[in-house]
Ligand binder design. Structure first.
Ligand SMILES: [Zn+2]
Length: 451
């Protein structure tokens, strides 16, 4: 058996591992490269393998950096199956068509602005192709065994987001595993990731392999921020990621209201995607810590604004309120309309609920910039800008290490670190070399490994 590292190497995007055995050829994860231009261009280069000869794809979870390349494979003639948890398939049915729609919009934008160039920019894939690729899903349960020719595979829970799992693959007398993104032991929403069984090799995600998350209590931080804002007569707007974060925030806010820790304010979820994802979390409440009653509490406490008219009507609310709207880094989406309206008023608060990548509006606001460009206009930034840093969906360095220590792997089992920025990978390698007896390796893009 051999393995080729095709993505998620020296970067946290584009996760893709090709596994070839005597009889089968499969891909574990099928992620989109995102961020820097030279990374994004990799999405357009010819794949290392013939998609029509691929026997199956195994997805760890629905985030686009693990699933977003699937429509490209479909375009090249891959016709499945794609094995993943049922909740991952349902999330992908929301996320992949949206990704296609955004790529169509981006291509149209560049076509309009590239004056003098003849070639018409094409989307990597369109919404219709993304929808078609969703027909390839073959949902599996956690711990269910499936076979693809001479490969036996099993998915085990990884926390992180709804449906997320780690794949264990057995072939030719070897057992290897791909952690996928790993969640946290004390997550508000998700259960802890299950430790690994005995293995011959592990491929371990390293997103936060060199960092420790803040230990501040997010619920108490939200309570303070909301109460201070309301006392000064302002409102709170929270730029929100649709998967996971939007559901945690709704739950924390609804609980604070029920417990009388913050006043019962009008609360709006202004994101059709986050509304759809919230319905999935409610339907799959057996997969996370919230009960059916908790999910009920959320839907009773918050108004779901699906149409554009409903979204616009929020501007008429005259007393303090709370808005959750996408996108999470204020790079686009409905939150921009609310920010335009709310940023100039010093009584309001903009509360960021997660990491803000460099260059995004979120990062500019947190850096204290006094004017923010939105829809071509500069908007004065007088509102209070705050951030919750403790709500990450990824295990940090010590949580990853503890998860490893709980595994049944022999102490000398080799580990390849993947899915991390170059510096993070190196620091995490040194940390694990000190703390464990495992031989620790960092893979290179397109590196081939013989097992
Ligand atoms: Zn993820």
């Amino acid at each position: 058996m051999h393995l080729v590292f095709l993505g998620g190497v020296g970067t946290v995007t584009g996760s893709k591992f090709l596994i070839q055995t005597e009889k089968a050829q499969v891909l574990v994860d099928c992620g989109l490269f995102q961020g820097y231009k030279q990374l994004r261009e990799r999405n357009r280069s010819a794949p290392f393998f013939d998609p029509q000869k691929l026997d199956a794809v195994f997805l760890t979870h629905a985030h686009l950096d693990h699933s977003g390349y699937l429509p490209v494979l479909y375009q090249m003639g891959f016709r499945g199956p794609v094995y993943c948890h049922a909740a991952t398939a349902e999330l992908c049915m929301i996320l992949l068509p949206d990704s296609g729609r955004i790529q169509e919009e981006d291509a149209a934008f560049y076509a309009r602005h590239r004056i003098g160039k003849h070639e018409k920019p094409l989307p990597l894939y369109d919404e219709a192709t993304a929808e078609a690729s969703c027909r390839l899903f073959q949902p599996v349960d956690f711990e269910q065994s499936i076979a693809v020719k001479d490969i036996h595979a099993r998915l085990q829970p990884a926390g992180h987001i709804l449906g997320a799992g780690s794949w264990c693959l057995e072939a030719e007398g070897k057992r290897i595993a791909f952690s996928g993104d790993l969640g946290r032991p004390e997550d508000v929403l998700m259960y802890p990731p299950k430790p690994m069984p005995e293995l011959d090799m592990l491929f371990l995600e390293s997103t936060y392999g060199d960092r420790l998350h803040e230990t501040a209590d997010a619920k108490m931080q939200i309570k303070e921020i909301v109460n201070q804002t309301v006392q000064s007569g302002g409102s709170v707007v929270i730029p929100t990621f649709a998967v996971g974060r939007a559901q945690v925030l709704q739950y924390l806010l609804a609980s604070l209201m029920r417990e009388g820790q913050i006043p019962r304010l009008p609360m709006f979820l202004d994101s059709p995607m986050a509304i759809d994802v919230s319905a999935l979390y409610a339907r799959h409440h057996n997969l996370h810590r919230l009960s059916a009653a908790d999910c009920e509490l959320i839907s009773e406490s918050i108004q779901y604004m699906r149409s554009v008219e409903e979204s616009k009507s929020i501007a008429n609310v005259r007393f303090p309120h709370i808005i959750l709207a996408g996108s999470g880094m204020a790079t686009g989406g409905r939150v921009l309309h609310h920010l335009k309206r709310m940023l100039p008023d010093h009584r309001n608060t903009v509360l960021f609920a997660g990491f803000q990548a460099g260059g995004t509006r979120g990062a500019h606001m947190l850096a204290g910039e006094k004017k923010i460009k939105i829809h071509g206009q500069f908007v004065p930034c007088e509102a209070r800008i705050a951030q919750l840093e403790s709500l990450s969906g990824h295990a940090d360095r010590d949580e990853l290490t503890a998860w490893l220590e709980a595994a049944k792997m022999k102490p000398k089992t080799p580990i390849y670190l993947v899915h991390g920025e170059a510096e993070t990978l190196d620091r995490f390698r040194l940390h694990l070399q000190e703390r464990t007896q495992h031989p620790i390796h960092v893979a290179d893009q397109n590196q081939v490994l013989h097992l």
